[in-house]
Design a protein. Structure first.
Ligand SMILES: CC(C)(COP(=O)(O)OP(=O)(O)OC[C@H]1O[C@@H](n2cnc3c(N)ncnc32)[C@H](O)[C@@H]1OP(=O)(O)O)[C@@H](O)C(=O)NCCC(=O)NCCS
Length: 177
C-alpha cells in the first residue's frame, strides 16, 4: 500500500474499465481518464483536509499496480461516516489482497485516525465485496438509498473495535476465509 501519484491515472483507468469492475462498481460507459484524475485529486484532497484516504496497491512480488483500498468519506448527511473500501484488478481477485489491504485500513482508521466506528457501503448484489466486509468483522446493517447512487439501495456495514478480529491470521474469521 503506497500513496497515489499522478502516474497512477493510466493503471487505475485500466483496472476501472475492465468488464468485471465496470459491472460490479457500476462504472459509467462514458468514464474517461479525466474522471480518474478527478478521483485521484479527490483522494489527495481527503488526505489533506480530512486525514483519511485511499492507497494504491502494488503486488509485492511483481511491483505491479493492482488496485486501491483505504478510507473514504463524503459530506452528505446520509453518508454514514468513514468508510473502508477496496477495488482490485480482476486478474488478482481470489488471492486475499482486498482483505489484507482492508485490514490495514481498518487498523489505520481505529488506531491512527481514532474513529470509534467504521463503515462499508456495499450494493447487496456485490457478493464479493460483502465477503471481504464479513471477513474483516463488519456486521450488515440497514439498506439505504444514498445521494451519490440514487438508483439502488446500498447496505451499510459497520465495525466497532470490539468486533475487529485483528490482522489476517491473528484472529478467527479473517485468515483464508
Ligand atoms: C470487491 C473485490 C475487491 C473483492 O476481491 P476478492 O478477490 O474477492 O477479495 P479478496 O482479495 O479479499 O480475496 C478473497 C478470496 O481470496 C481467498 N484468499 C486466499 N488467501 C486469502 C487470505 N490470506 N485472506 C483472505 N482471503 C484469501 C479467499 O478464500 C477468497 O476466495 P474466493 O474468491 O474463492 O471466495 C473485487 O471483487 C473487486 O475489485 N470488485 C470490483 C470493485 C468493487 O466492487 N469494489 C467494492 C465496492 S463496494
Amino acid at each position: 500500500m503506497r500513496p497515489f501519484c499522478a502516474e497512477d491515472v493510466d493503471p487505475l483507468f485500466a483496472v476501472m474499465t475492465t468488464d468485471e469492475v465496470r459491472a460490479a462498481f457500476h462504472v459509467p460507459d462514458d468514464f474517461t481518464r479525466a474522471n480518474v484524475w478527478s478521483v485521484l485529486t479527490s483522494f489527495a484532497g481527503l488526505w489533506e483536509l480530512k486525514g483519511v484516504g485511499q492507497w494504491a496497491l502494488e503486488e509485492r512480488g511483481s511491483g505491479r499496480f493492482v488496485g486501491r483500498a483505504g478510507l473514504y468519506w463524503r459530506m452528505e448527511p446520509e453518508w454514514p461516516g468513514v468508510e473502508v473500501g477496496w477495488l482490485l484488478d480482476p486478474t488478482v481477485w481470489g488471492r486475499g489482497y482486498a482483505t489484507e489491504a482492508g485490514a490495514r485500513a481498518v487498523e489505520y482508521g481505529f488506531d491512527d485516525v481514532g474513529e470509534d466506528r467504521l463503515f462499508s457501503v456495499i450494493l447487496p448484489e456485490n457478493t464479493r465485496s460483502e465477503a471481504v466486509a464479513r471477513r474483516l468483522g463488519f456486521a450488515p446493517g440497514e439498506e439505504r438509498v444514498l445521494p451519490h447512487f440514487p438508483s439502488a439501495a446500498h447496505r451499510i456495514w459497520q465495525l466497532d473495535p470490539a468486533g475487529w478480529p485483528g490482522w489476517p491470521g491473528a484472529g478467527p474469521g479473517v485468515s483464508g476465509g
